[in-house]
Design a protein around this ligand. Structure first.
Ligand SMILES: [Mg+2]
Length: 240
């Protein structure tokens, strides 16, 4: 009987050892530790100028050379200090911080290096920096966020971002979304997808005016029911 038990135990060990290693492992939960995610553009980086200078790959205004963008943050993007302060605070309490961006990952190591240098801790691709480009629905042609997949996979508790898509991604993943108030200079350049589009002629797709947008900010709750992080200071202009 004992030899059968020993044989069974050995078989279990052998089978376990033969299982393929999981290459997409999620770090173990640490009791009391929050896992907090941040979007990159207009959340931790004021990168408007980087995007305005980036070459286009086609006539499509969204078809930018993201390999170029990822290489040029060190020249044209600056850290948004109040968000860096939140990150520093969270890390000082032992919480884990992740970055998830919708940029494609070409030359993503350069963005990781820039964030590491500016924030003072190691940011590494596919460890605490993830690229989650939007996907296009083949039937409707609409692009949609994929950030929620990474948010779920990492088991985040909170996700900070500036765009409607960030709030949608947080909601789809079932975590708390917190809206970072976008710098006014970015609202001028990229008002689309921000509370609908506060600079467009009012329509069903863009129902909120600048005045109503300010009312949302004053109340601290956005149109998706998200908390609004009240940043009223603006980052410095990037050095040209
Ligand atoms: Mg953003």
């Amino acid at each position: 009987m004992r030899s059968i038990q020993l044989l069974s135990f050995s078989l279990v060990l052998i089978i376990a050892a033969c299982q393929p290693a999981n290459t997409n492992t999620v770090p173990e939960r640490v009791p009391g530790q929050l896992k907090v995610g941040f979007d990159v553009d207009d959340t931790i980086l004021f990168s408007r100028d980087n995007f305005l200078k980036a070459p286009h790959m086609s006539d499509d205004p969204d078809h930018l050379d993201y390999g170029w963008v990822n290489l040029h943050d060190s020249l044209y993007s600056v850290i948004i200090e109040p968000v860096a302060d939140i990150i520093g605070f969270l890390r000082s309490k032992g919480h884990a911080v992740y970055f998830i961006t919708a940029r494609p990952g070409i030359n993503g190591q350069a963005l990781a290096r820039h964030l590491s240098r500016e924030l003072g801790f190691t940011v590494a691709m596919n460890q605490n920096l993830f690229f989650a480009p939007k996907r296009k629905d083949p039937k409707t042609g609409y692009k949609f966020t994929t950030k929620h997949e990474r948010i779920s996979q990492l088991g985040l508790h909170i996700f900070y971002g500036d765009a409607d898509n960030d709030m949608v991604a947080a909601s789809l993943a079932g975590v708390r979304g917190v809206r970072i108030v976008r710098d006014p200079r970015s609202v001028v350049a990229y008002s689309k997808n921000y509370f609908g589009d506060t600079r467009a002629t009012p329509s069903e797709a863009a129902p909120y005016s600048e005045e109503q947008y300010q009312q949302f900010l004053a109340k601290g709750v956005g149109p998706y029911g998200e908390t609004i992080y009240p940043i009223y200071t603006t980052p410095k202009e990037p050095v040209d």
